[in-house]
Design a protein. Structure first.
Length: 483
């Protein structure tokens, strides 16, 4: 059996210093090693052209390597000084927002050319929609407790009580958030160190990830832009719970934030896995209300700790407006027909279309029954008529509801990050709609599905980009396909 050819450039685990020269979709910086053996490509996520970085090789292939960023040794000339505390969740906060938009546009267009095989994609480009708030736009944040911190001077981990975020590239080291990160609520984040001190003074242990033990695990916060209220969730283990006074902690939060406190929930999570809501844990209301109300395009939505809701509601309004514009672009084509909102979740898009169109029937379909239950409640609260929600599998939908056969002319698709499963996409194509409005939070999977849709006789009429997550590599795309 022939020996596998070994990589002549780098090996797994090797530490490199590399200059980042280009930017690829998804926030991957591209560096290159050049020698008499040829050119070898190095991908380093969360880096920018012009940066000199230190990175560790995670995967080494024949023609390229994928690395993990350890440190930025020299910044890019494009970078500016940020007044906010730098966190792993905002890798590009030091880059002017216009430059971020430029990188997002060019990398997304090249993706549709390479994966979607759409050569003229720039000619079909409609607009780039920026986030109305470039800073403090998030309505939810999860902060981790950790028993292991980091000593920046000596470049080593140390035993200390931390509350903030995991250090980049580690799962066991926490770093304190001492001031506003620029992503979430400034008043809250500027007070987070006080909450850390309160918890530390109880002498109960924060979570020790390697040992899988401790009391304090996470502190999760949701914010309503409509009411400016905050909903808190303290996640702990059951160990030492009798020693912690939850009511007293709730009163402390009220001392800090006054009537901004909508409520405090307490979650018990004794699982060793790294997630906030345990599958076997319990969640109980300690103080106030367990939900907050948010508004999108004049419609009200009740949000619990577990609900999925757009993280940047002001930008989501822009996104949904674009989806509705595309869906209702040809009013004559959709009057007296059915618009199907697939993967509808809690029914936001369907309700917005129903509120703007009189003669159109909206059918929201999602396989998740609890989401459909919420969708029905939201529609009732908003007095929206002309929309019906079904918990169903798309492939069986027409068999179970034959009244919609040959009536679905427009389909709205808003799948999860993984995109649409190939079998499901075939079922969607078999619905024979004239047009599809495809919303995606992962243009890579959307570009992949584009090739399949083009082969089935659809073509892209328009594409827009919506920046829901400034200072990250994420971008949302809205594509209008027509037969």
């Amino acid at each position: 059996m022939p020996r596998r050819e070994r990589n002549k450039f780098v090996k797994r685990g090797q530490i490199l210093e590399i200059l980042i020269e280009d930017y690829a979709f998804g926030g991957k910086g591209i560096g290159r090693i050049r020698s008499e053996l040829g050119e070898f490509v190095i991908f380093v996520p969360n880096t920018l052209p012009g940066q000199l970085v230190k990175a560790r090789v995670d995967k080494s292939k024949k023609k390229y390597a994928e690395c993990k960023l350890l440190d930025v040794i020299e910044p890019s000339k494009d970078e500016i000084v940020s007044p906010y505390q730098h966190i792993p969740g905002a890798p590009y906060i030091q880059l002017p927002i216009e430059k971020q938009h430029e990188y997002k546009y060019t990398s997304t267009m090249s993706l549709f050319k390479k994966i979607g095989k759409v050569e003229n994609i720039e000619d079909l480009f409609d607009e780039f929609v920026p986030s109305p708030n470039a800073f403090h736009y998030r309505n939810k944040m999860e902060y981790s407790f950790s028993a292991i911190g980091y000593d920046n001077e000596n470049k080593t981990d140390v035993d200390e009580f931390t509350l903030g975020f995991k250090r980049r590239g580690t799962w066991w080291i926490g770093e304190n958030l001492n001031k506003d990160s620029g992503l979430f609520d400034a008043e809250f984040e500027n007070n987070l160190y006080k909450i850390k001190t309160y918890c530390e003074n109880t002498h109960l242990a924060p979570w020790h990830a390697p040992r899988k033990e401790g009391f304090f695990r996470y502190f999760v916060v949701r914010k309503s832009y409509k009411t400016n209220q905050l909903l808190f969730n303290l996640v702990t283990t059951s160990t030492d719970l009798p020693k912690f006074d939850l009511q007293k902690f709730a009163q402390y939060l009220v001392e800090l934030f006054g009537d901004r406190v909508a409520g405090l929930l307490h979650t018990i999570n004794d699982e060793t896995g790294d997630r906030t809501i345990a599958t076997s844990g319990s969640i109980n209301l300690v103080y106030g209300n367990e939900k907050i109300v948010e508004q999108l395009l004049n419609l009200n939505f009740e949000i619990s700790m577990k609900s999925f809701f757009q993280t940047n509601p002001k930008s989501a309004e822009k996104l949904y407006t674009k989806v509705v514009d595309y869906a209702l672009e040809n009013k004559d084509a959709i009057d007296n027909t059915v618009v199907m909102d697939l993967f509808c979740g809690t029914g936001t898009i369907g309700q917005i279309i129903a509120s703007k169109s009189d003669n159109t029937k909206i059918v929201g379909v999602d396989i998740v029954a609890s989401a459909i239950k919420d969708a029905k409640k939201n529609a009732k609260r908003n007095n929206i008529e002309g929309v019906e929600f079904y918990a169903a599998d798309v492939g069986k939908f027409l068999l179970e509801h034959p009244q919609y056969r040959n009536k679905i002319r427009t389909i709205i698709l808003d799948p999860a990050r993984a995109g649409i499963a190939p079998k499901t996409l075939k079922k969607i194509i078999n619905l024979k709609a004239d047009r599809m409005v495809y919303v995606s939070c992962n243009p890579a999977t959307q570009a992949r599905d584009t090739e399949e849709l083009v082969n089935a006789g659809y073509q892209i009429k328009k594409i827009s980009l919506v920046d829901q997550f400034p200072h990250t590599a994420h971008i949302e795309t809205v594509v209008l396909f027509e037969k």
